[in-house]
Design a protein around this ligand. Structure first.
Ligand code: NAG
Length: 348
């Protein structure tokens, strides 16, 4: 049996090279294996050591002193997710106390699990399979194909996926880096006993997130009656999972996705249903925790500058991603702030 295990170990390592390296995906497997048997990512330089002031992080996922972070591992965005995790660990006073919840598609489970273990030895994490079928019937076409990926909708299912003892989670997109101690975001209080917290942008034109048809029909737009809805970005959210579960919010969001299937009420992907359910009921969090839009315009693609004020998190939301622009040798100036966290091995 030993040879079989060895063989399967070698095989999955070889497959990891193929699957995880976008540039190799078109190669036949044998050629890919010959060209590079080495992993595609470097080990993170993070030294896992909690400082003396940190509480014990032992005892598994239910330890109440842990900071819980949920992030998807989408093959297309993997380089971004790895950089995001790396950035969180590098800036944490208590890196051993951060527990990661990785959501991925089952077909990539084994490969990505071994990759994460290899890149981040000692990392505390769980992996959850997200079945695309769960949302496929609910997704309608959007302005950008990336927004239609099933894993983009996984944030709506965290309350079901994560262990019931996890009562709060920070959800993070894959196209961002945290440049401050994530524990500070974790400790933010959700004022007014709100279900979610996020930076709000009340100057943004809220009208444009929904279609004319939406605003002209009272049975839709009436959802905002009595509320002062503001735009917020769903790429950084602090979620009270206990309240989410008891309030049945997953279903509430799904109901709007069902409406969208029969009558187009918005053009973007997973964001508008969140706005419909939560806008106006969001606990505001400091803007420093989501300096968003660095990816540039959804349609034209262009460089953006930072919003004024302090920065704890940089978010390349929008169509451009720093790793793609860097690879194409046409980076935006702020993409240089992403590179220190990149663990992709360029020598391939
Ligand atoms: C907000 O957006 C809508 C729809 O795109 C547009 O008709 C309206 O003029 C905008 N309002 C402001 C104040 O820019």
């Amino acid at each position: 049996m030993v040879w079989a295990t060895r063989f399967s170990g070698f095989f999955s390592a070889a497959m990891a090279v193929i699957v995880l390296s976008p540039s190799l995906q078109s190669f036949p497997p044998a050629a890919a294996i010959r060209s590079s048997p080495s992993p595609v990512y470097r080990k993170s330089p993070v030294v896992f050591n909690n400082g003396e002031e940190c509480l014990s992080s032992d005892g598994g996922v239910c330890n109440p002193s842990l900071v819980h972070v949920a992030i998807t591992l989408d093959v297309e965005y993997l380089r971004g997710s790895i950089a995001a995790v790396n950035s969180i660990l590098q800036h944490s006073m208590c890196p051993e106390s951060v527990f990661f919840h990785f959501i991925l598609e089952e077909t990539n489970h084994r490969l990505l699990e071994s990759l994460v273990r290899w890149v981040f030895p000692g990392l505390k994490f769980n992996i959850y399979d997200f079945a695309p079928e769960r949302v496929r019937g609910l997704i309608s076409s959007s302005v950008r194909q990336a927004l239609e990926q099933p894993l983009n909708y996984a944030r709506n299912y965290l309350a079901d996926l994560l262990e019931p003892c996890v009562n709060r989670v920070i959800y993070l997109d894959s196209d961002l880096v945290v440049v401050d101690d994530v524990a500070k975001l974790w400790r933010t209080s959700l004022v007014g006993s709100r279900v979610i917290g996020a930076p709000e942008y009340c100057h943004a034109n809220f009208t444009r997130y929904f279609t004319r048809g939406f605003w002209s029909e009272e049975r839709f737009s009436g959802a905002f009656r009595g509320r002062k809805p503001c735009y917020f970005n769903t790429g950084v959210m602090v979620i009270d999972l206990k309240k989410w579960r008891s309030g049945g919010y997953t279903k509430r969001i799904e109901r709007w996705m069902e409406v969208q299937k029969s009558q187009r009420i918005y053009d973007l992907g997973s964001l508008p249903p969140f706005l419909l359910v939560f806008a106006g009921h969001v606990a505001p969090i400091s803007h420093r925790w989501n300096q968003h839009g660095l990816g540039g315009d959804n349609v034209r693609g262009s460089c953006r500058d930072l919003h004024p004020g302090p920065v704890s998190l940089l978010h390349w939301s929008g169509s451009g991603k720093p790793w793609l622009r860097l690879d194409s040798k046409r980076p935006c100036p702020l993409d240089a702030l992403w590179t220190p966290y990149d663990l992709y091995r360029h020598s391939l």
